[in-house]
Every structure is written in C-alpha cells, then in structure tokens.
Design a binder for this molecule. Sequence first.
Ligand SMILES: [Zn+2]
Length: 259
Amino acid sequence: MIVLYALLGLLLGAGINLCADQLPRWRTLRRTPFCPYCQEPRPEWAWIGTLAYLRFRRNCARCGAAIPWRVPLVELGTAALSAFLWYQYHPQPTLLGLYSLYSLILVLVLVIDLEHRLILNVVMYPAWLLAILGSFVHPEPYFYRLALLGGAVGFALLFLVYLLGELFVKVMSRARGKPIHAVAFGFGDVRLGAFIGLMLGFPQVLSAVFLAVLLGGVIGLIYWFVQAIILRSYSLFTAIPYGPFLVAGAATVLFFGPF
Ligand SMILES: [Zn+2]
C-alpha cells in the first residue's frame, strides 16, 4: 500500500508541476504539459517527467531542450513525502488525506515562490477554503475553532512583519536619500501565514512562524557572511524571499509537531 500511495504522490507531483508551470503565467490551467522553451506539447508518455528521464528521452522533440530538472525532482519529492505520510498517519485516514493535501499545497507554494518570488492568490484562496473545510473534519473535536483563531493569528502576525518591513524600507530610503525597491516581504507571505494558521490551528501556528523566523535569521546570517566576508559584495538590502522559510516552518510543525 505504501508503494501505491507513493505512486499516487508521484502522479500528484506531476499535477504540481503542471500548476507551477502555468499558474504564474496565466493564473489558470490551460494546457497539457509543454516545453517551456518552444511551447511544443510534451507527448503523453512524458507527462510524468520522471518517466521521461528514466527513458532517457527528456529532450523536446522540436527544440531539443531538456525537461527542467525541477520536474522529476518535484515528482520524486512528493512521492517520498506521500510514503512518509502513509507511514506516519495510515491508521488515521482523515489526517492522512488532509496532511497529504496540505503538503501538496506547500510544495506548490515553495516551487512557485523559489522560481518567481510570487505567492499566488489563485493558490492561496482555495488553500484557505480547503483548510477551513478540513478543520471541520479534523479528528480533534472543535478543531475548527483553533483553526479559525490560528488563521487570524497567522494573518495578524505576518501582517505586522509586513508593516515593519514597509517601515524599514521607508526609513532606510530616507536615510540614504534615495528610494529602495526591495520587497523582502510581500502580501503573499501574509496570505500564506493565514493558510498556515488555518491548517495548523492555534497555538501551533506560533511554533511554525517562530521556526520560520529562526530559520530565516540563520540562513540570512549565513548568506550575509558568505557575501560580506568571502565575496565582499554585500548590499544590506538584498531581498531574500521569505515564503520558503514559512513553508519549512509549517511543514516541520505539520509533520513532526505538535511543539
Ligand atoms: Zn522545445
């Protein structure tokens, strides 16, 4: 069964790739998988990128460009994730289903944010709805109350970070006498915070945000260290996308919590 569930994860990973290729471009799904370089549709057997890689036919028939390595990576990642979730939660089918859906959303958010620095409403609003509905079938009684509270807290916390970020940019722009165009923390992150709260509930949302801030701080310091000390070319205002840290914090609490 675990193998079947991992295979299902692989198929869903192909779906994630489809969304990650098309949602940032059109905000909707329009086509079957296609070559990102010349728009040539991929043949049916290559809709699952891993299969195309395994058959050593990963190059586009028209322009010869390889299917991006992200495609099989996401598929194998969601397959491994599904196997892990099955192992962890198969005695509780409701949790297994919910956590599988939530992880797929987190993977999609991660991929799109890393590639485009975007957290899309077309992903976030359905995710909110799913997490609200999910909170009513959650095995823990009255979980929907914790979920709604968590969603509000997640939104409020990250909205505060967002405002502080705006303030910081404004103050620094004035201090330097010229405007800085560095959006380190967008409103998409605030919406993601609300989703994380709805999904984890209160007070777990606090652990997730705390982990994200910690992780962001540590990675930020390492990044600063490498840039400033080793490469000697740091600008204080290099924007690091924050979404991946939120995803990492949320996933840690979801899979290994409660903390
Ligand atoms: Zn092509």
